[in-house]
Design a protein. Structure first.
Length: 396
């Protein structure tokens, strides 16, 4: 009898726990439903979606099921800048960093190895000066395992700042993985992106010409445009063409970004009493080549399209994402994030959402097992060198 009563007690406790979990997921789902209904850029579509998904969270069996169902539901809205993220997602910390003031979040720091990795584990970008570069990771590598466990971009490094993690990395299709040691650091993503931009901006010699190269993983904040402007007037000064890397990462470029390349801004020369002249020219007046791909989003698309239309830049790579809505971030009660399209947008009257920007010179990029190669960048550098040589010939 005592055993039976104990078993009943255990079953009742399990039922109570299950009920509490379902109630919590239902409440979280209702938060999302209310936000979509009240803030989605298309009021009618938002209301219809909310009605169709009312109390959807109650049907979730567990948190993973809730995440999956939420993402599937939001995908039905078929628009960019609309997603659901948890602290297990790299995008979560990126958004916290970008929207930290609006969300009233003090810190978005996370353990990072200084690399952008796809959902399949392929290394897309190795940030200059970061742990991944120091550990020998290359573009196109596939991270399979971390310390013997299946690789996860956040969980694999959580709590490991300053301590080496052993990565199993596949460098060629069907090849045995090699092992690399990488030591994560704890850093705010926005700070990491800016550091990578500053350290990655450099002059590259190509076919006898000096070509400036500047990678902008993010454009979401004045500091990135200011950093580029400083580099153009400093370390990159004297180069005869510019390759601006807008691939992947985050958008956010302010439309004023195009003024960095505005030839209409005059050159000011100031001559003092001593007869010495000082020239003030903050503009980049040489040729511009912009690298774009399917990960080029939002404000980066706006700037790319505007400069292309004005024939001020040549776009190289692949069609951009077509993700040009106005997005807002909502921090939910469980600290997860809802990213929602709250405004439509046009660029000089043209809607780029779902369409994207077509490059002037299309170059296919096969990322998996690339062994560090970058055919899109190589093509852009070749074109930039040709342009520099041609302009030099005209000047001569």
């Amino acid at each position: 009898m005592k055993r039976m009563l104990a078993l009943v007690a255990v079953l009742l406790a399990a039922v109570d726990l299950s009920y509490a979990r379902h109630a919590k997921l239902d409440a979280l789902g209702q938060e999302i439903v209310a936000i979509v209904r009240d803030h989605f850029y298309d009021p009618k579509k938002g209301a219809a979606w909310a009605a169709a998904h009312d109390h959807y969270g109650a049907a979730a069996m567990d948190p993973d099921g809730f995440i999956r169902t939420t993402r599937e539901g939001l995908a039905e809205l078929k628009v960019s800048h609309t997603a659901y993220y948890t602290p297990a997602d790299p995008q979560y910390f990126g958004l916290l960093s970008i929207f930290h003031e609006a969300l009233e979040v003090d810190s978005a720091e996370v353990e990072s190895i200084g690399a952008d990795v796809t959902g399949e584990g392929f290394v897309r970008v190795v940030f200059p000066g970061g742990p991944a570069e120091a550990g020998g990771l290359r573009r196109g590598d596939r991270i399979v395992r971390a310390d013997g466990r299946p690789f996860e971009p956040i969980r694999s490094f959580k709590g490991r700042a300053g301590r080496a993690v052993l990565l199993s990395v596949q460098r060629a299709r069907d090849a045995e993985p090699v092992e690399l040691k990488v030591t994560p650091r704890k850093i705010d993503p926005g700070r990491e992106w800016l550091d990578a931009q500053i350290k990655g901006s450099r002059v590259i010699e190509r076919k006898g010409e000096r070509i400036a190269y500047a990678p902008l993983f993010s454009c979401a904040g004045e500091q990135y445009m200011e950093g580029l402007q400083e580099a153009l007037g400093g370390s990159l000064r004297g180069a005869r063409a510019l390759v601006l890397d807008f691939r992947d990462g985050w958008g956010g470029c302010n439309p004023d970004f195009v003024n960095l390349f505005n030839d209409a801004v005059p050159v000011l020369t100031s001559i003092g009493r001593d007869g010495k002249a000082q020239v003030f020219d903050a503009q980049w007046r040489e040729s511009v080549f912009i690298l774009i791909n399917g990960g080029t989003r939002s404000g980066k698309e706006v700037v790319s399209y505007a400069l292309q239309q004005r024939r001020r830049a040549t776009l190289v790579g692949a069609r951009s994402a077509g993700a040009v809505m106005g997005g807002r971030c909502f921090l939910l009660s469980d600290r997860s994030l809802l990213y929602l399209a709250v405004a439509d947008s046009r660029v000089n009257g043209k809607r780029l959402e779902g369409i994207g920007v077509q490059p002037d010179v299309e170059v296919r990029d096969d990322l998996p097992y690339a062994a560090g190669s970058d055919p899109q960048l190589e093509k852009a550098l070749d074109l930039a060198a040709q342009s520099a040589a041609s302009r030099k010939g005209k000047r001569d």
